[in-house]
Write a protein that binds this ligand. Structure first.
Ligand code: MN
Length: 505
């Protein structure tokens, strides 16, 4: 290793447990409303990837929420199911009615939140804390206690509250940085003090208002916290919460702390949540963003081709997190990357030809267009003056039917290596049906991995640009695109390009 300092005493922290609150704090993201089946699928996914505790919801908030939490509990998942409650008996009862494994009870402890929400004195909050935890423990053997706005609470008083909670039977105490205002070094001091003065395991819940949620979470673990509260993609109220993928990768790869999370499923999980919430993942999002293992500039691509660690962290590889490494084509592209991408499909230009191809790729990119592999092959063909491949797959006809009372259906007639093939498929919508029909006639087995659609201008007559990624039988990924003013036909064009790319490789 290269002299990275590991601050954590590994022997004391073999393991940090992961508490995911995507379904509770995450669902409180403004504009996000998840459907019943989506929440069940998210819960299954979270448990499958090794999350220890799933905060499934806030049962007292509505009847629908109680049905939701009950249904998640009934899935019988490996993860423990937790419900959130204010420090009132009716909220606790609502949690118990859902048969949760664990009640997460909270009370505001900072002066500002005490006075502006529940209007109770410090002494009253102490008494309520002891009382409500006693009540929970009469009915449940697990209770997590949160001192809301802990980081803005007078620290001496905070210790008193946590001691009262521990004495009353809280099984773990949570330290929320509710409005995201602490610094990592202050967090470390606070957790160290609680660790010293209160005899109870410590959990943290950090918000990202100033971009420190993950750093503060890590600082808390350095000082002795044994559980982290996170969400997928960092979604949550305001600027969101600490992101699960980043927190887990830092703990595992930098600190060598086991979390039990199946890291190779992080990208897949991130995409699932993005799809369901409609919150796109920025390409530069750490760990899971599309660009994390993409290289465009000439020097970087060349270095990465020789040894991936040249311009990547090394302690985190695409394989570890279920991502992929890509050399992308753009205005910074260099000859080595172009040569490599072409070599993958057995196109070998001469040195002078490579120079012309690179110039042409840069010219296209400089117009602000994304350059796909298909574009590159076409450029190479024209520069080299050869027809490299008679396209194995030629679409002859496609007919698509959709409407409010019909199942979307598509029929395709295509020439595959000179022979006529016909196939029909149904789908969730016209695009789904069309793509399935094409795949049904495709010469090789292909799986659609990614599908993105972009409207280039506003209005219902907008030009749309469809980019897709497909995977062949050997796990190799191919990108292709299509554009036009018909969303279905642009998708069809992208898939036809993809089919021919796979066949050429
Ligand atoms: Mn929160």
């Amino acid at each position: 290793m290269w002299g990275i300092v590991f601050f954590v005493d590994n022997s004391a922290h073999e393991r940090v447990t992961v508490f995911d609150t995507t379904l509770r704090d995450g669902e409180q993201t403004p504009g996000v409303a998840l459907r019943f089946e989506q929440k069940l699928e998210i819960a299954r996914q979270l448990s499958d990837i090794g999350v220890h505790v799933i905060e499934a919801g806030f049962p007292a908030s509505s009847k629908a929420e109680r049905e939701m939490v009950t249904a998640i509990k009934k899935l019988g998942l490996e993860a423990k199911i937790c419900g959130l409650a204010r420090s009132v008996k009716a909220d606790i009862d609502a949690c118990l009615d859902c048969d949760v494994d664990m009640v997460h009870v909270f009370i505001p402890t900072s002066d500002i939140q005490r006075e502006n929400t529940i209007n109770k004195s410090r002494e009253e909050v102490l008494a309520i804390t002891a009382d409500i935890i006693g009540y929970i423990r009469e009915h449940s053997d697990q209770c997590i206690f949160s001192a809301m706005d802990a980081t803005r609470t007078d620290w001496d008083y905070l210790i008193e509250v946590f001691r009262a909670a521990a004495d009353a039977g809280a099984t773990i105490i949570n330290v929320p940085d509710t409005v995201g205002v602490i610094s990592p070094s202050a967090m470390k001091m606070l957790i160290a003090r609680i660790n010293r003065d209160v005899d109870c395991p410590i959990d943290v819940h950090c918000h990202n208002d100033l971009g420190l949620a993950v750093a503060n979470t890590i600082a808390a673990v350095e000082a002795g916290a044994s559980q982290v509260q996170v969400t997928i993609n960092g979604i949550g109220e305001r600027a969101g919460n600490a992101d699960l993928a980043q927190t887990v990768m830092i703990l595992e790869s930098m600190y060598r702390i086991k979390t039990g999370i199946r890291k190779e499923r992080l990208v897949e999980t991130s995409r699932l949540i993005s799809r369901f919430t409609g919150i796109a993942i920025p390409p530069i999002q750490p760990v899971v963003g599309e660009n994390v293992f993409s290289h465009e500039s000439g020097i970087h691509s060349y270095g990465v081709m020789k040894c991936s660690e040249t311009f990547e962290p090394g302690i985190m590889t695409p394989e570890m997190v279920g991502h992929r490494r890509r050399l992308t084509l753009g205005k910074h592209v260099g000859r080595h990357a172009v040569r490599q991408i072409l070599a993958d499909v057995h196109i070998v230009p001469t040195d002078p030809q490579i120079d012309v191809i690179v110039e042409k790729v840069k010219a296209v990119a400089n117009k602000g267009k994304r350059v796909t592999d298909t574009d590159l092959y076409e450029i190479a063909e024209s520069v080299m003056g050869i027809e490299l491949n008679h396209k194995a797959f030629a679409l002859e006809d496609i007919a698509i039917m959709t409407g409010n009372h019909v199942i979307p259906t598509a029929s395709v007639r295509a020439k595959v290596k000179g022979t006529d093939h016909v196939f029909s498929a149904t789908g969730n919508g016209p695009v789904d049906a069309a793509l399935k029909a094409i795949l049904g006639t495709a010469p090789s087995r292909i799986q659609l991995k990614e599908f993105n659609i972009q409207a280039i201008s506003g209005g219902s007559d907008a030009i749309c640009h469809v980019t897709i990624a497909v995977e062949d039988d050997h796990g190799k990924i191919f990108d292709a695109s299509g554009s036009g003013d018909d969303i279905v036909l642009a998708s069809v064009e992208a898939m036809v390009n993809a089919v021919n790319l796979v066949d050429r490789a």
